[in-house]
Design a protein around this ligand. Structure first.
Ligand code: AMP
Length: 402
């Protein structure tokens, strides 16, 4: 019996198939450019890798059908029939205040996902399409939704409330929700295993640093504060998103530059962050690091601002939790950039945070500790695996039900 994890974006679907026995991926892949001319399909299994450029995939339904065909293909497939898939786990970005854990999908859950369309307009509609396509294609399987926001449902009200008129929270539910919850949850569990201590005894700051970036304070296994807010725009600077800014900047730009709401949305989401601040035409941290090493001042600016903001949040969250046992780095930059890790932790010896240069530069790929001997705070690099976390949560939920 198998669990299929599906992660649908606006024009892409990622999928991973796990066998329920050992919870290791049996096959996985990605379909990009759905609905555009010439979609591309990558598929990997124990039988090798296949890439199909220029496929004709009109919509998410076609995408989900293709996934099923690939998995059951006599040559490339790994299962004899799609009925072997007993559970499908769906990543859903926004579950609002209602969704506090993984749930079996029914009409009420779908209407909650629909009710959050305005809060996650790029993600929730696509996530729901994926669910409906999967219900059609895998009618015998249990469909489970795992929400990015759910891990942060434990935020206390002093962390999730904004100092706006309270009526805006009560009527429009304007509050901090937090995102990347599946990743923060996964790495905090792995951190506890690595440290050999129960999660409930640990105060951890998890730094998810990828194209999107967020930091979470995890106290006793519960998210107690996180940098992303009402939307995934708040907090750290990211590839193309600005992160925290003075909200009055928006008013200034509307009045002085006559910018429309749509123009502001594009500016803040797509033209800011590393791309905008650096001004060197890239949001990719690898390129930015390479440019910095060649002395580019824009690239230096990005790295200085980014590392400083991360450091500031780690400090803030250590204070908020009243202690710090471990800092975890994860996602594309967190896992692969010794430079950013070193810059974030520089000068924190008095707080027990000391990176070991040699350990920090060792090649990655697996969980490792990078603190200097004697450093009190354990500094971990943990490859995130949101798909595996979705599969585990889905399995946990349905255990006994299948
Ligand atoms: P993600 O969204 O988790 O896939 O992360 C994407 C980000 O990770 C991009 O900014 C990449 O440039 C960055 N990244 C990936 N590999 C490296 C690396 N070796 N050094 C620095 N940044 C990296």
């Amino acid at each position: 019996m198998y669990i299929l994890v599906i992660n649908v974006g606006s024009s892409s679907v990622k999928f991973t198939l796990y066998s329920r026995e050992h919870m290791r991926p049996t096959a996985n892949g990605q379909i990009d450019r759905i609905g555009l001319e010439a979609a591309t399909v990558h598929y990997r299994s124990g039988k090798g890798e296949r890439i199909f450029p220029g496929a004709d995939i009109a919509d998410i339904n076609d995408g989900v059908n293709l996934i099923s065909e690939l998995l059951t293909d006599p040559q490339a497939g790994v299962i004899a029939s799609e009925h072997e898939i007993t559970v499908v786990g769906h990543r859903v970005v926004h579950g609002g205040e209602k969704m506090k854990a993984a749930v079996l999908i029914d009409e009420e859950v779908k209407s909650t996902i629909r009710a959050c369309f305005d809060l996650a307009p790029l993600h929730n509609p696509a996530n729901l399409k994926g669910i409906e396509a999967s219900e059609e294609r895998f009618p015998r399987a249990l469909q489970v939704a795992v929400f990015d926001t759910a891990f942060h449902s434990t935020l206390p009200d002093n962390a999730y409330l904004y100092a706006l008129p309270h009526e805006l929270y009560e009527t429009d539910k304007i509050r901090r929700y937090g995102f990347h919850g599946t990743s923060h949850c996964y790495v905090s569990r792995r951190a506890a295993e690595t440290l050999g201590r129960p999660l409930r005894d640990l105060k951890i700051v998890t730094c998810h640093l990828g194209n999107g970036c967020s930091i979470t304070a995890v106290d006793g296994g519960r998210s107690v504060d996180t940098t992303m807010g009402f939307t995934p725009l708040e907090g750290l600077p990211m590839g193309t998103r600005c992160g925290d800014i003075d909200p009055a900047i928006l008013l200034y730009l509307m009045r002085q530059r006559d910018l429309s709401v749509d123009q502001l949305e594009t500016l803040l989401n797509q033209e800011s962050g590393f791309l905008g601040l650096g001004g060197i035409g890239t949001s990719d941290m690898r390129d930015i690091e390479a440019a910095m090493l060649e002395g580019d001042p824009g690239a230096r600016r990005v790295i200085d601002v980014f590392a400083y903001r991360i450091k500031k949040f780690i400090g803030a969250y250590a204070f908020a939790m009243g202690g710090l046992d471990s800092v975890v780095f994860t996602a594309g930059i967190g896992e692969n950039s010794p430079l950013i890790r070193e810059r974030v932790c520089a000068g924190l010896e008095d707080y027990g945070i000391v990176v070991d240069e040699d350990r920090n530069h060792r090649p990655g790929g697996s969980i490792r500790e990078i603190q200097h001997q004697g450093g009190r705070v354990r500094i971990l690099v943990i490859p995130t695996d949101e798909e595996k976390e979705i599969a585990s949560q889905a399995l946990e939920l349905v255990s006994g039900a299948t």
